[in-house]
Design a protein around this ligand. Structure first.
Ligand SMILES: C=C(OP(=O)(O)O)C(=O)O
Ligand SMILES: [Mg+2]
Length: 442
């Protein structure tokens, strides 16, 4: 018989995210009078994306003048009324049931009525409260005694696309400290590379202003130029590219794809070279092949458009035996889309963003389905983040072994990394840190 830990209070407020946009924070109190007089209060702040996938659950925004239409007053109201009514008195230890009740209160496929932001805030805050009431660290409450795998951090050190106002067309260039012995050492290595890159950019009189996720955002001409500079930064840090540090790209290709042009348009490269750069899906794949040949790129996310299943299958056939091919906009943490991907042999890894699907249980089902099919998973932040560290605990709990949390700077990003440092300390010698390259490819 399950212990009964009743939800006693549910409350939400509007707070700000790292882009200065409003978002939902929920507080949930459980077990008043059962586990102590006051019970325990958990909280969660939901993140928000900029390059959102077409098939994501919908976050509710007010659309009135306040905050230029970005307010979340209605979503907050929904938490304080309908969603609170749905879960008050329910057992916080039954996360699946809590989430089912939240989904039923909404009743739509896309969560558009209550708002995925409203539902997720309550879902996560319930888990946080339950963990506190059980006096367990969140990662252990969620993952049990098997939660010992520290994630390899994918640190986004150069921003482009929708995350910056520069000429770099791909959205993210990341470094993976695959040769580190532990998370702490990996974070140190990555941070040193980040600082070396800053110096290289400064020496060349290029901008060291940063984008949404804390990576630098200079005007560069092509992915090749970016990766060459990153290689220099790794060497300047006294590390070996391809051995200590590998690279990952998030092309965010759905943002580049233009239906009317039937291809991927590169505005930055076109501007810098003075000729229109348009690539077909086939040309995109060949382009990735060249980059992988020249640089230690071990992971490519959203290499093609979110609706191009045929292209994705071809990409996977050509590169999937040595490169991690990650579906973000393609899968949107949605089990139906992941199942389709598995069937079509599209990609070999899934980016997990809890707010893409809108509840903790559904996000965990996505991880489970992916792992069962031999797909890798990467727990990921959004470009609009907060000081909330739920993601760090979930990354360890899921055993996925990878996390995307931005550059090793800016408080909303370092909050996750610092939480992981604390978790690794807590785990002590039981902590595991290991990069699992596709077919052993570093
Ligand atoms: C983190 C990402 O960006 P956003 O949150 O803007 O979707 C991403 O595309 O992986
Ligand atoms: Mg992405």
């Amino acid at each position: 018989m399950n212990r009964y830990l009743p939800v006693r209070k549910v409350y939400a407020r509007e707070v700000l995210d790292s882009r200065g946009n409003p978002t939902v924070e929920a507080e949930v109190t459980v077990g008043e009078g059962i586990v102590g007089k006051e019970g325990y209060t958990g909280r969660a702040i939901v993140p928000s994306g900029a390059s959102t996938g077409k098939f994501e659950a919908l976050e509710l925004r007010d659309k009135e003048e306040r905050y230029q239409g970005m307010g979340v007053k209605k979503a907050v109201e929904h938490v304080n009324t309908h969603l609170a009514d749905a879960v008050l008195g329910e057992n916080a230890l039954c996360q699946n049931r809590i989430d089912r009740l939240l989904l039923e209160a909404d009743g739509t496929e896309t969560k558009e009525r209550m708002g995925a932001n409203a539902i997720l805030a309550v879902s996560l805050a319930v888990a946080d409260a339950a963990a506190k009431a059980m006096r367990l660290p969140l990662y252990q409450y969620l993952g049990g005694c098997n939660a010992v795998t520290m994630p390899v951090p994918m640190m986004n050190i150069l921003n482009g696309g929708k995350h910056a106002e520069n000429t770099v067309d791909f959205q993210e260039f990341m470094i993976l400290p695959v040769g580190a012995c532990c998370f702490k050492e990996g974070l140190r290595m990555g941070t040193e590379v980040y600082h070396c890159l800053r110096k290289i950019l400064k020496d060349r009189k290029l901008s060291v202003a940063v984008g949404d996720e804390g990576g630098f955002a200079p005007n560069l001409k092509s992915a090749g130029e970016v990766l060459a500079m990153m290689t220099e930064a790794v060497q300047a840090a006294g590390l070996q590219p391809g051995k200590d540090i590998c690279f990952a790209i998030d092309a965010a290709a759905s943002e580049l794809y233009q239906e009317e042009k039937q291809g991927y348009y590169f505005p930055g490269e076109s501007f810098m070279t003075g000729t229109e750069v348009l690539r077909t899906a086939e040309e995109m794949i060949s382009y990735y092949e060249e980059l992988v040949k020249e640089f230690p790129v071990v992971s490519i996310e959203d290499g093609l458009d979110q609706e191009d299943w045929t292209g994705w299958s071809l990409l996977t056939k050509r590169l999937g035996n040595k490169v991690q091919l990650v579906g973000d906009d393609l899968f949107v943490t949605n089990t139906e889309r992941i199942a389709k991907g598995i069937e079509e042999k599209a990609g070999n890894a899934v980016l997990i963003k809890v707010n893409q699907i809108g509840s903790l249980t559904e996000a965990r089902q996505a991880v489970e389905l992916a792992h069962r099919a031999g797909y890798r998973t990467i727990l990921s932040h959004r470009s609009g983040e907060s000081e909330d560290t739920f993601l760090a605990d979930l990354a360890v709990a899921s055993g996925s072994g990878q996390i995307k949390a931005g550059a090793p700077c800016r408080g909303e990003r370092t909050a996750k990394y610092n939480r992981l440092l604390a978790i690794e300390d807590q785990l002590g010698e039981t902590a595991v840190y290991r990069w699992q390259g596709i077919n052993g490819n570093l």
